[in-house]
Write a protein that binds this ligand. Sequence first.
Ligand SMILES: Nc1ncnc2c1ncn2[C@@H]1O[C@H](COP(=O)(O)OP(=O)(O)OP(=O)(O)O)[C@@H](O)[C@H]1O
Ligand SMILES: [Mg+2]
Length: 264
Amino acid sequence: MLEVTIEHLTVEYELLREKEILVALWDLNLRVLPGEFFVIVGPSGCGKTTFINTIVGLVKPTNGRVLIGGKPVMGPGPDRAVVFQDYALMPWRTVESNIKFGLELQGRLKGANKIIKEVISLVGLNGFEECLPHELSGGMRQRVGLARALATEPKVLLLDEPFGALDAMTREMMQSEFEKILLRTSQTVIFITHSIDEAVTLGDRIAVMTAGPGQVKVILNNQIPRPRYEIDIRNKKIYNDLRDEIWQLLKDEQEAQMSISTFE
Ligand SMILES: Nc1ncnc2c1ncn2[C@@H]1O[C@H](COP(=O)(O)OP(=O)(O)OP(=O)(O)O)[C@@H](O)[C@H]1O
Ligand SMILES: [Mg+2]
């Protein structure tokens, strides 16, 4: 478990065809504490994926820096793992082999089979080891993505709308399972979502981002005790109050984002 510190982070993209600069993130500051489950919500296009990719080390800051456990990020590293919205599985590899991929990248093949067995069991995919991704449901594919990330035993787990492609029912079930899995593992989690319900169910703290260029607008503390299963808490006043607060904050930014029509 490591702290993630973001200091004055600005990320600009060069749009070569238009010869323009697009400012995706602007002077963003944030501290995510070791072991915290930190959720980020924000309007589409405000820079959430850019933010995750910068922490992973795939996107370089234009200004500012990201520190993991006090050390500046210079590129991807074994202390971080990502779960993507579109699963990002290799279609020709089996479940087992897809999960192994993360360990292969790290050159950690010794003891790999034992770890793979453990994470397969953790995410409930026993019996599906030899299946190819196309033989699985969306929820199962996302479990493979999660297992691949967990197998590398990251200190920081980054998730970019991991349940975004799932239907409402599967999504809710995945959230509860995910909650259980994470209670049995330990890492700092940064979780991006479009869903306010998901944010309130999963986040210990929830940051609402501004319209692009993205900054942290406000951080809310979730006072609902863990474990939080949506089905148990969604009728409680405390849940709905927090939900409404986020909704209001997000609504203003969503409107602002939709009115952005020209590049910076
Ligand atoms: N590789 C890139 N090159 C140029 N511009 C990019 C690139 N990636 C993202 N952008 C731009 O940066 C801004 C932020 O994009 P990003 O994907 O980070 O947003 P997001 O908040 O993840 O959106 P969504 O909620 O739709 O996933 C957008 O205006 C997008 O067009
Ligand atoms: Mg995104």
